[in-house]
Design a protein around this ligand. Structure first.
Ligand SMILES: [Zn+2]
Length: 381
């Protein structure tokens, strides 16, 4: 007995002495489900630095009265400001997971499609490579198979992949016709209302103003996705939020910030809702990203595209099983195209092997040393 215990202790010491980097990735815990949320055109400047005071004028941000916005989102440091703007991202995701794209930490996330607008960005993110054929925001069925469609065909995922968007282009981007994915991008957020709650949600959505035409407000999108999660238990749920881009194009910095704040609250609701369900608790990963950046100045922050090179800088964040709590990742350079394989890898599927053109999944496992945990003042001021 004594001898056995001695051998066991030596064995344990030997195991403890092994460098963590030697642990193969497949031994890390994997999620069974993944939630993906994008905030359209939300800049890294606000993600890492919160409110940028230079925008609080009529000319720069369409802001008549700065005081209420400063009151709500202002603070002395970038860390305080970003936590006021995106409390769930900064007090939960950044503590339990990882955030990429803070240039002040030598952390770079780039769009590689060169076009820096939405459909090319969503294609790059969901397909894993830029495709020059996707060169407009027109309603063209995506000729590429997205990682959502690929997962949908994998054993155990059939009928368990769904997508909700504020932008009515979603069914084209995920080629709902071919993929068979439940894709809701306009109209009633609950496709088959079964309860008074569902009917109220649909009636309420129908009574909101069609302010932008192709993009609805994020509220019906988010509540539709939450209802779907509760009632259908998808293993892969993608939610494409749109208001941040629309208010920015409209040069309404106040409403852009407000939309980001509401998006953060939605992500928290989605996460909390999932964690309260046994099928999702502790087996669900969360990925948050964006389709493109925007201009860097008080003039061109509203814009993005081929003529706005600064818009190739984006950010991404993740937490959940298999994702080490490394906080703001430093000294790293990744691309939007890596998201597709990452979504699959989080649920244990190797998309990059099936699609050779796809960029590799991000390495989010504990094999990476936690030298950059916590802080990271991303702001320009
Ligand atoms: Zn845009």
């Amino acid at each position: 007995m004594k001898r056995y215990a001695f051998v066991a202790i030596v064995g344990a010491l030997a195991a403890a002495a092994a460098p963590p980097a030697s642990a193969p990735a497949q031994e890390q815990p994997r999620a069974r489900n993944v939630l993906v949320v994008t905030m359209d055109g939300l800049r890294w400047q606000e993600l890492f630095g919160g409110l940028q005071a230079e925008m609080l004028t009529k000319a720069a941000g369409g802001v008549g009265e700065a005081a209420p916005i400063t009151q709500r989102f202002g603070a002395a440091t970038a860390e305080e400001r970003r936590e006021k703007l995106l409390p769930f991202v900064w007090t939960v995701i950044a503590k339990q997971g990882q955030v990429f794209g803070d240039p002040s930490r030598n952390s770079h996330v780039r769009v590689t499609n060169g076009l820096r607008f939405s459909y090319p960005g969503y294609n790059e993110m969901l397909v894993g490579f830029p495709d020059p054929r996707i060169n407009s925001n027109d309603k063209v069925l995506n000729p590429n198979v997205t990682v959502l469609e690929w997962l949908h065909r994998r054993p155990g995922f059939g009928g368990r992949v769904a997508a909700f968007a504020s932008w009515d282009l979603l069914p084209w981007i995920v080629n709902a016709e071919r993929s068979g994915i439940h894709a809701n991008g306009d109209g009633a957020p609950v496709a088959r209302p079964a309860t008074d709650r569902d009917r109220l949600l649909n009636d309420f959505a129908a009574d909101l103003p069609p302010y932008w035409g192709a993009t609805r407000f994020d509220a019906p999108t988010g509540f539709g996705a939450l209802e779907y999660l509760r009632t259908h238990r998808p293993r892969v749920l993608y939610v494409m939020l749109g208001e941040t881009d629309e208010w920015a194009h409209g040069r309404r910095y106040d409403l852009y910030l407000d939309a980001a704040r509401r998006n953060d609250r939605f992500i928290q609701r989605l996460w909390d809702t999932a964690q309260a369900v046994p099928a999702y608790a502790n087996t669900t990963a969360l990925l948050v990203a964006t389709d493109h950046g925007r201009g860097d100045t008080a003039t061109d922050w509203t814009s993005h595209g081929e003529k706005v090179p600064a818009a190739d800088r984006i950010w991404m964040a993740a937490m959940g099983p298999g994702i080490a709590p490394l906080g703001v990742r430093a000294d790293v350079s990744v691309t939007q195209s890596q998201l597709a394989a990452t979504i699959a890898a989080l649920v244990g599927e190797d998309y990059a092997a099936a699609q050779p053109k796809a960029a590799a999944a991000l390495d989010l496992s504990v094999a990476i040393r936690a030298r950059s945990r916590g802080g990271g003042a991303g702001a320009r001021r």
